[in-house]
Design a protein around this ligand. Structure first.
Ligand code: UDP
Ligand code: MG
Length: 152
């Protein structure tokens, strides 16, 4: 049985500023990931304290939060077979100059502080992060005519 998962993606303010929202969303669509949730919204300091708690001791923490709040972000819930790992693969390594060519971060960015995309890094975190940013009624389960070709 295919392991269908949901994962959380944020298109960061640099993606919005650089008019890359469509190109980035398109990469996930082309893979066959299903958009279960999608919205433009403003992150709060409180949300970022939780979301980036693992980085709270870092010198760049305040700048990271400021960066993430300087425009709205696009939030997405993506669904697919082993979606958590597949989305991380498409996004690429945290440092865009170390990311594999063909990944979003390698192809469109150069600097770790402006690497365009957040993606959940484990199944456990994905579940918590989807809940953190999306209410139940903002997530949709629906059939697509292409499901049979993509999910097999
Ligand atoms: N970050 C940064 N400088 C660093 C490490 C991380 O600005 O030296 C930022 C970067 O935007 C990264 C985010 O903090 O995407 C979260 O870091 P994490 O280690 O969770 O990487 P990710 O899961 O985003 O690949
Ligand atoms: Mg992370």
């Amino acid at each position: 049985m295919a392991d269908i998962q949901r994962t959380l993606v944020l298109l960061k303010p640099d993606a919005l500023q650089r008019d890359l929202l469509g190109d980035i969303i398109s990469r996930f669509e082309r893979k066959g990931l299903k958009i279960a949730g999608l919205k433009l919204f403003q992150l709060s300091d409180e949300q970022l304290n939780v979301h980036y708690a693992h980085l709270s001791e870092k010198g760049f923490f305040a700048d990271l939060k400021k960066f993430m709040m300087h425009t709205p972000v696009v939030g997405m819930v993506l669904e697919g077979i082993e979606a958590v790992a597949e989305v991380r693969k498409i996004v690429g390594s945290t440092n865009p100059r170390e990311a594999d060519a063909g990944t979003i971060r390698a192809d469109f960015s150069m600097n770790v502080s402006s690497n365009l995309v957040h993606a959940s890094d484990s199944v456990e975190n994905a579940e918590a992060e989807v809940k953190r940013f999306f209410a139940d009624d903002q997530i949709f389960a629906y059939q697509k005519i292409t499901d049979q070709y993509i999910f097999g």
